[in-house]
Design a protein around this ligand. Structure first.
Ligand code: Z5A
Length: 212
């Protein structure tokens, strides 16, 4: 039997990584076969692409069209090398971002045609369509505040897309809300604000519905 594919989406600082990892631990605690992955990345090819995308590792500005295709290339590799094999053996796959990120960041954010982004995603993902997409919704201001705190605590620098203007991130958030309304059977929009334990409880309740 095919496994279960859950993706986490949301604006910066919405708590995707925190909650995706907590869900992995919870499912593993039940003795389930669980694979965690993240985008861009998750394979050797994908992690090399991530370095280019996040920190201009190639040493030149990236054209917006190139950015779209690099995200898609990373995803295509992840799907064939990790996600589909795991689903075929019946595992749970939990992904920290997936195709919807391209639709909102490059479509709504950069201004490319949303339908074009959907076509590129369809080519990249093939049969790897998520069973459930958890949209962790927070305001742009609160997501930014969490990231500012982390940047200060860990002395890290902002990546290329984090540096985009506030209006870009507002379009991204609106894009997610539009996608959640367009595909209500796949998306679950959850309030990502408040303590992480409270958000975790909301996520777990939602996952119970697809629990095999
Ligand atoms: N991107 C794209 O443009 N197109 C694509 O197709 C794809 C991606 C796949 C990936 O960056 C970037 O690529 C991203 C989108 C773009 N751009 N940006 N900007 P990433 O993977 O490095 O970063 P991210 O996905 O945006 O994640 P993030 O910024 O690290 O946030 P998060 O994963 O949603 O949150 P977190 O890491 O779990 O938590 C952030 C901080 O908040 C951290 O210090 C936590 O301890 C804290 N936190 C978490 N939960 C809470 C609660 N509940 N209360 C208080 N504090 C909390």
């Amino acid at each position: 039997m095919r496994g279960t594919f859950i993706t986490f989406e949301g604006p910066e600082g919405s708590g995707k990584t925190t909650q995706a990892k907590r869900l992995v631990e919870r499912l593993q605690g039940e003795g389930r076969d669980v694979v965690y992955t993240r985008e861009p990345g998750g394979t050797k090819t994908g992690e090399a692409i991530r370095e280019i995308l996040q920190y201009d590792a190639a040493g030149e500005p990236i054209a917006d069209e190139c950015e779209v295709l690099l995200f898609a290339a990373s995803r295509a590799q992840l799907v064939r090398a990790v996600i589909l094999p795991a689903l075929e053996r019946g595992a749970w796959v939990i992904s920290d971002r997936f195709a919807d990120s391209t639709t909102v960041y490059q479509g709504y954010g950069r201004g490319f045609s949303v339908e074009d982004m959907l076509s590129i995603n369809a080519f990249a993902i093939g049969q790897a369509i998520p069973d459930l997409t958890i949209l962790l919704d927070v305001t742009v201001a609160s997501g930014f505040a969490r990231l500012a705190k982390r940047t200060k605590q860990q002395n890290t620098k902002k990546d290329r897309i984090e540096q985009e203007a506030r209006a870009f991130h507002e379009r991204v958030r609106q894009g997610y809300l539009d996608l959640a309304a367009r595909w209500p059977e796949r998306f679950q929009r959850l309030d990502g604000s408040g303590p992480a334990d409270d958000v975790e409880a909301r996520v777990w309740e939602c996952v119970q519905h697809v629990h095999g």
